[in-house]
Design a protein. Structure first.
Length: 420
């Protein structure tokens, strides 16, 4: 495929707006970006299709993941499982995009699976995915529920961690969480169990992660968090993270920690027995400059991952001719424009309107540019069938649509409207 350049685009736009020049604009490349944004609000060019893996895997009972910055909220074309490239439309419940409100509302139901939504938190974009079930097998194991200091063995503190207590008011799951403070007496401390019932993590080595929730009262104090899984004194697996599972920096409030159980990346001390993990130690390295009150930990679980990906339309259509780096905003006239000829015609028409609105005073000439843009859009849409998963406000409930009657599994029929 032979692509045109940004320099060629400016020349083609000049033919539409002459005697004005694109260089007369107060922000020449910015005007082109505006034209791109206007175009992508109306069409979804397949040349901009990308495939990406979600994290390293999707995990049972974990629903928030990083997603590409160039992902638009309504331009996901399909989901697929990498094993055999199995399209999830083959599942009993195909993937459905829903609003954030409906995702949170319905995700509490066990069978409301295969849902996704895009959400922003503190200006960071995430994709939220409910449990994707194609075989119904549960792949998780609770290592410790952290419901109290003595619910499974006894929790103790060391280093600069103090005032350990059970919190029965603020927690993620179960009936409680562990609450403690970190002072400035040093930069290292933590919590550990004594007398915990042993668990078998053999099946999770190399294919799973250990997850837990931590609630932080302030930012820029935690440097690293290390999880140690011990089978005997001196025999343990040690995994260190410096950010949450689903973003690149800690946030105030609850953060989801993910410790990857990969033999190649985690530290092995002595000869741990993965079938007899009977002690947990979590160590926090801090800046040691600010007291952190009311930190909470809750629910340590192991989850196997399944590798899924999705195909989407990117908003980056410029490519550096030398490095191959994709760009949202062009920086050089030599940047390539990754479009076919009919998509390029739509882009040129949108950019001409953008420049015309700034540089052309004649309303008649501006209307002519607008007419050419609509003609290009109509030609494009007549030639191309777009592929994307449309967001819906109608939700499934236990395999049927909201408000429908169904069997509850015990021979009793009931209306789902009563569940709300």
């Amino acid at each position: 495929m032979s692509f045109k350049t940004v320099g060629q685009l400016k020349t083609d736009i000049l033919r539409n707006i002459s005697p004005a020049k694109t260089s007369d604009s107060s922000d020449e490349n910015g005007a082109i970006v505006q034209g791109v944004e206007d175009m992508l609000s109306l069409i979804k060019p397949k040349e901009l299709s990308r495939r990406v893996t979600v994290e390293n895997a999707l995990y049972d009972q974990v629903n928030q993941y990083n997603c590409p910055d160039d992902l638009d909220t309504n331009k996901i074309m399909q989901w697929y499982r990498l094993k055999g490239l199995k399209n999830t439309d083959e599942y009993f419940s195909p993937m459905t995009q829903v609003s954030n409100r409906n995702f949170d509302r319905w995700n509490k139901y066990r069978n409301s699976d295969n849902l996704f939504t895009v959400e922003y938190q503190s200006s960071k974009k995430f994709i939220k995915v409910s449990q994707m079930h194609d075989n119904g097998n549960d792949t998780g194991l609770t290592i410790h529920d952290m419901n109290s200091l003595t619910s499974n063995g006894t929790w103790n503190v060391f280093g600069n961690v103090v005032d350990l207590a059970t919190d029965n008011l603020t927690f993620i799951t179960g009936s409680g969480s562990l609450r403690f403070d970190i002072n400035t007496s040093s930069s290292t401390g933590g919590v550990e169990t004594i007398g915990m019932e042993s668990v078998n993590l053999t099946d999770f080595l190399n294919v799973g992660k250990v997850f837990t929730w931590i609630s932080l009262p302030n930012l820029n104090q935690i440097q690293t968090i290390t999880l140690e899984l011990e089978s005997a004194p001196g025999d343990s697996y040690s995994i260190t993270v410096d950010s949450p599972h689903n973003t690149d920096s800690f946030q105030e409030g609850f953060n989801l920690l993910g410790f990857e159980m990969d033999r190649d990346t985690m530290n092995t001390n002595g000869t741990p027995n993965p079938a007899d993990i009977n002690k947990i130690r979590m160590t926090f390295v801090t800046n040691g400059t600010l007291v952190m009150n009311s930190i909470r930990l809750d629910n340590i679980v192991a989850r196997k991952g399944k590798v899924y990906g999705f195909q989407y339309i990117s908003n980056m259509l410029f490519k550096d001719a030398l490095t191959g780096l994709m760009k949202f905003r062009p920086t050089l006239d030599s940047d390539l424009i990754i479009t076919e000829y009919d998509t390029y015609d739509v882009l040129r028409a949108h950019c001409a309107v953008t420049f015309g609105d700034e540089l052309i005073s004649s309303s008649t000439d501006r209307e002519k540019l607008e007419s050419q843009k609509m003609k290009a859009i109509n030609i494009y849409k007549n030639r191309h069938k777009e592929e994307f998963i449309d967001e819906t406000q109608v939700m499934r409930a236990f395999g049927v649509y909201y408000g429908r009657y169904n069997n509850d599994g015990n021979g009793n029929r009931y209306n789902h409207e009563q569940d709300i």
